[in-house]
Design a binder for this molecule. Structure first.
Ligand SMILES: O=C(O)CCC(=O)C(=O)O
Ligand SMILES: [Fe+2]
Length: 187
């Protein structure tokens, strides 16, 4: 399914061949992973603090694409350009896709990795399963020449997925991890 969506994105951006993105996560060496998150309900703590409890702090996903499926509980929110947060309606029959930082770089910012966070549900256990489609470790993450306009310059320095991963592990979850790789970044 992740491959199909990447092929739709490739079609939209006129990326050729059509499987240019999807073959990265199909690759036997792709650094993809699967995560299962469990957010137990904490009604007493919630009452005590009078706030919804953060289950997973705000962040962007570093890979190419993430596919999320959750049980019927609310909590997932995405951040809009103006900084406001909107809730993703719970629907255990649907999949939610996040564009990851790597896809943002490969499209030179045409697709943006969206910041998201998760609140624990006040009453029920929230369970999510997420497939993160990643690149092979030695793959260079750089804008694809076929998406670039003539004379368009890359917004990013050149780096491999392995370098990005190492750098991301050294930062805090909510940091703008891609910021370090922007050409305009202060060294
Ligand atoms: O648990 C969720 O619903 C999403 C978690 C998430 O964003 C992540 O694991 O990167
Ligand atoms: Fe995430």
């Amino acid at each position: 399914m992740a491959c199909e969506v990447l092929e739709m994105i490739a079609e939209e951006l006129q990326i050729l061949p059509k499987d240019r993105l999807s073959k990265l996560i199909r690759d036997g060496k792709s650094d993809s992973c699967f995560r299962l998150n469990h957010y137990p309900p904490c009604p007493q703590l919630q009452l005590l603090t009078g706030q919804n409890l953060i289950g997973f702090g705000e962040h962007t996903d570093p890979q190419i694409i993430s596919v999320v499926r959750s049980n019927n509980t609310s909590g997932l929110q995405i951040c809009l350009r103006d900084g406001s947060w909107v809730s993703v309606p719970p629907d255990h029959t649907s999949f939610h896709f996040n564009v990851g930082d790597s896809l943002q770089v490969m499209t030179n910012g045409r697709f943006r990795s969206v910041k998201h966070r998760v609140f624990a549900d006040g009453l029920r256990s929230k369970v999510s399963m997420i497939y993160f489609g990643g690149l092979p470790l030695d793959e260079i993450i750089t804008p694809l020449s076929c998406v670039m306009e003539e004379d368009e310059e890359s917004l990013y320095k050149e780096f491999t997925w392995s370098e990005y991963k190492k750098s991301a592990y050294k930062t805090r979850l909510g940091d703008n991890r891609l910021g370090l790789f922007e050409k305009s970044a202060v060294k």
